[in-house]
Design a protein around this ligand. Structure first.
Ligand code: NDP
Length: 433
């Protein structure tokens, strides 16, 4: 705490992982002897830089850029970039720290990192977004490389931003180094299924959790917060599996659509038009927008928080429980507060933590890197099958580890321990570096 003052999200993420590790440290004192805990929560490298750019009115704008290269014991740094006004070092470090364990758990050879900027792409023209991305990459490029650090998208960074970032990287380095960024368009080095992967993966993971109780998505009422990259494709997969998704949200409020979310309309409004929740409601009879209050007040069997950190509080958990929720899985990173997680778990709700449930995105990014390295392009069905296998593997690793440590069904403990031990073993093997 003294070393990282004011970084509350980072403290929360570290505490959540460390709280699970007691039994591992007792069983493996070599981790203590080698100061693995102290080392793992100190980033290998942190880069903070000025991003100057010119807006459409000709005014100079200054933002702050970040890249926290947290841990490369398992492979090159890998993790997304977030463009949102709330971004500061504490958010980037929380996300980077989570990414270490998520990437480890995915079974792919990738280390953990995260980055971003306090730039807000909302309301900015394409030209402004492009100039910002070019300015951002003008500094960041020197720290990247397919064997060094490979960023991807996150909040506020989708296909458009990745395109502008890749274009600038290519221009500066004079290299078509496809493997330096993931989330690229499929016509220029991207992988099919990457766009869908995080949302699909979250639902696949949840389906596996439900399977342990002989349940499934079929016929269930589902509430999904957010309406971005993750949420939209969680809606799609849940619907494919026979669920009715009755609510989604954005930062202007939440939409209730009892007939079941119209996915085509949602995609048109959010992906094509970059519109707001009210634009969906205007074209969807029977739906309504609620501007105040919590989306978790809507009764559901399965809740998938897919917007942002700390969006599901202990009061929200009480509300979900009062309506009989049976499973909660985190499509977003750390969307559930620690008190809410505890209450849900103590109440017997299946709870899938983000570092396991939303690992499908980064895992498919690693598949994109594989395709880039072999100059290949896999078809949709094959790639989705690989994603399903990966999510199944993550589920089984979490469940198996929870069993091994005497806490069956505790996916939080299972994810933290399984993610940690693989990285810790690699750190021991690589020596004190
Ligand atoms: P997007 O920017 O595409 O979408 C985010 C959604 O959440 C938007 O609907 C946004 O609404 C809403 N939102 C964001 N911040 C807030 C806030 N402070 N209050 C209320 N609503 C908010 O991001 P992604 O879908 O990519 O990411 C969502 C979450 O999933 C994040 O936690 C991210 O770290 C995590 N994640 C993403 C992965 C990916 O592959 N993209 C991979 C793994 C995790 P509005 O548009 O109004 O701001």
């Amino acid at each position: 705490l003294r070393r990282n003052p004011g970084e509350s999200e980072f403290h929360q993420a570290v505490r959540e992982v460390f709280e699970s590790l007691g039994p591992v440290l007792t069983k493996h004192p070599q981790y203590v002897d080698a100061a693995v805990l102290e080392r793992i929560c100190e980033p290998e490298r942190q880069i903070i830089f000025r991003v100057p750019w010119v807006d459409d009115a000709g005014r100079v704008q200054i933002n702050r850029g970040f890249r926290v290269e947290f841990n490369s014991a398992l492979g090159p740094y890998k993790g997304g970039l977030r463009f949102h006004p709330s971004v500061y070092l504490g958010i980037v470090k929380f996300l980077g720290f989570e990414q270490i364990f998520k990437n480890s758990l995915s079974g792919m050879p990738i280390g953990g990192a995260k980055g971003g900027s306090d730039f807000d792409p909302r309301g900015r023209s394409d030209g402004e977004v492009m100039r910002f991305c070019q300015a951002f990459m003008t500094e960041l490029y020197r720290h990247l490389g397919e064997y060094t650090d490979v960023p991807a998208g996150d909040i506020g960074v989708g296909g458009r931003e990745i395109g502008y970032l890749f274009g600038q990287y290519k221009r500066i380095t004079n290299r078509y180094e496809s493997g330096v960024l993931t989330g690229k368009g499929v016509t220029w080095g991207g992988s099919l299924v990457r766009t869908e992967a995080t949302g699909y993966g979250t639902v696949m993971f949840t389906e596996r959790m439900l399977g342990t109780r002989n349940e499934s998505f079929d016929g269930q009422r589902v509430v999904i917060s957010g309406s971005g990259n993750v949420a939209i494709f969680a809606v799609e997969k849940a619907q494919q599996l026979g669920a009715r998704v009755v609510a989604f949200s954005d930062s202007s409020g939440y939409v209730v659509d009892e007939a079941g979310v119209d996915l085509d309309l949602l995609k048109a409004v959010k992906l094509d038009e970059r519109g707001r929740a009210k634009d969906y409601v205007a074209r969807r009879p029977g739906s309504r927008l609620v501007e105040d209050g919590s989306i978790w007040d809507i009764p559901c069997d399965i809740a998938l928080p897919c917007a942002t950190q700390n969006e599901l509080t202990v009061d929200d958990a009480r509300s979900l429980l009062s309506h009989g929720v049976r499973a909660v899985a985190e499509g977003a990173n750390m969307p559930t507060t620690p008190e809410a997680v505890r209450l849900l778990q103590e109440s017997g709700v299946l709870f899938g933590p983000g570092k396991a449930a939303n690992a499908g995105g980064v895992a498919t990014s690693a598949l994109e890197m594989q395709q880039n390295a072999s100059r290949d392009a896999w078809d949709f069905a094959y790639t989705e099958e690989r994603l399903a296998e990966i999510m199944s593997g993550i589920h089984d690793r979490c469940a198996g580890t929870a069993d091994e440590y005497g806490r069956p069904g505790d996916y939080v403990l299972g994810a933290n321990i399984a993610g940690f031990t693989k990285v810790a073993d690699a750190m021991l093997a690589l020596g004190v570096i």
